[in-house]
Design a protein around this ligand. Structure first.
Ligand code: SAM
Length: 389
């Protein structure tokens, strides 16, 4: 630590707030830390002192974190817990591996057939956004995940698994990759079926559970190597309690490597796409229109058949650019899937869209100083349900 610069924990101590409050202040642009080459935040002491000084004269703005509805008693009460966003900036010293569901001994409503949460645990999970949480690229348990070009964070998926299932329930990921959903399921006591086309990712998913969770653990779950379009047909209707997945975002990984891909993946000898020429890889479908048609008709509607009635399917997707065109994949997917009928006669209906904020990502000067080219630093979680017609 240099004399005039401090880390996140010391900054929190100086201001008398929690570390997560410091993260929130960074998000809101109130504090402007620098980053060390290893990615750790550093705060100039002068900036913290200046903030402290100013904050003495500022009347606190209306703060949604100060009060909350205690849903179990129906009263508005002071919020003593810090349910502010937990951000993992990738390489931060404060990263933790486990998801913390607020320990709370209030009973679960006996009518709740969806999950094991009581009212005060349920309510924060209905927020339309959350901050992505990850282990950080240097964490020993991030080394398998890192080999895949587009994994999602098992901690984010744990959160969905906890909300959309009860312990012991069955979860399906039709694009399983390196097993992030399976890891989340194992950690949260659910049972996963994970389907993946490429042997490389399929094998790594199994290895991941064995090395990161425990020997023999992968056997508690089902890992299927194959084309999801064929494999899904083999299951009976209504076999799963929850489906969560992230599909290929068409062919975005097949485009020419940009600065970021060169620096973060090619330089470290990491794969930049799922497969080279595998024609069954949905990322290799020639046109976007055909890709969307196959994804919805052959995969997601079939997933709908496999879901139990009144159960949910979460699709984690992002918008992207194809050459200079901005493709709003999330909205195209909603248009193509919402209100469609499954072969077993149910309707798939959109229940909400959660934004998964990736505020830790590095800003790149695309387009500068000529045009607005977005740094896409969020994903969408599209939440669908299987309902009666
Ligand atoms: C976005 S990645 C999923 C990553 C995963 N969520 C994880 O955390 O590891 C999409 C995956 O779909 C796989 N895939 C592409 N076409 C497929 C197909 N027809 N059947 C099964 N998997 C396929 C790719 O190989 C890739 O691993």
């Amino acid at each position: 630590m240099s004399e005039n610069i401090v880390g996140t924990k010391q900054a929190a101590e100086m201001l008398g707030v929690s570390v997560s409050t410091i993260y929130r202040m960074v998000d809101q642009g109130i504090l402007l830390p620098t980053k060390t080459p290893g990615g750790q935040r550093r705060f100039p002491v002068s900036q913290l002192e200046e903030y402290k000084e100013k904050s003495r004269t500022i009347i606190a703005p209306q703060n949604p974190y100060q009060m909350k509805l205690d849903i179990d008693s129906g009263k508005i009460v002071e919020n003593t817990s810090d349910d502010s966003p937990q951000i993992n900036s990738g390489d931060d010293e404060d990263s933790k591996e486990t998801l913390e569901v607020v320990a709370d001994d209030k009973p679960v409503d006996p009518r709740n057939s969806l999950n094991d949460l009581n009212g005060s645990q349920w309510l924060p999970e209905t927020k339309s956004f959350f901050y992505q949480k990850g282990l950080g690229s240097k964490h020993p348990h991030a080394q398998i995940e890192r080999q895949h070009p587009a994994p999602f964070s098992f901690q984010d998926i744990s959160r969905l698994v906890i909300f959309f299932t009860k312990k012991g329930m069955k979860v399906l990921d039709p694009f399983g990759g390196v097993g992030s959903t399976a890891k989340a399921c194992e950690l949260e006591g659910r049972v996963c079926t994970s389907i993946e086309l490429q042997k490389k990712w399929h094998d790594l998913a199994i290895e991941r559970l064995e090395t990161e969770v425990g020997e023999g653990i992968s056997k508690k779950h089902t890992f299927i190597l194959g084309d999801t379009r064929e494999e899904l047909k083999k299951f009976e209707a209504c076999s799963f309690d929850f489906i969560v997945t992230s599909p290929p975002y068409w062919s975005i990984l097949n485009k020419k490597a940009d600065y970021k891909v060169k620096k973060e993946r090619l330089a470290n000898n990491l794969a930049t796409n799922y497969s080279d020429n595998d024609e069954n890889d949905l990322a290799n479908i020639k046109t976007y229109e055909e890709f969307l048609r196959v994804l919805v008709n052959d995969v997601f509607l079939e997933c709908g058949r496999l879901l139990r009635p009144k159960k949910y399917m979460c699709l984690v997707v992002s918008d992207f650019r194809n050459k200079s065109e901005f493709i709003s994949f999330h909205s195209d997917l909603i248009q193509a899937l919402n209100h469609r009928t499954t072969v077993d006669g149910y309707k798939i209906t959109l229940q909400g869209v959660k934004v998964l904020l990736q505020n830790h990502k590095t800003l790149l000067p695309y387009g500068y100083p000529f045009a607005y080219v977005e740094n896409i630093h969020h994903q969408y979680i599209l939440i669908f349900r299987k309902d009666k017609k």
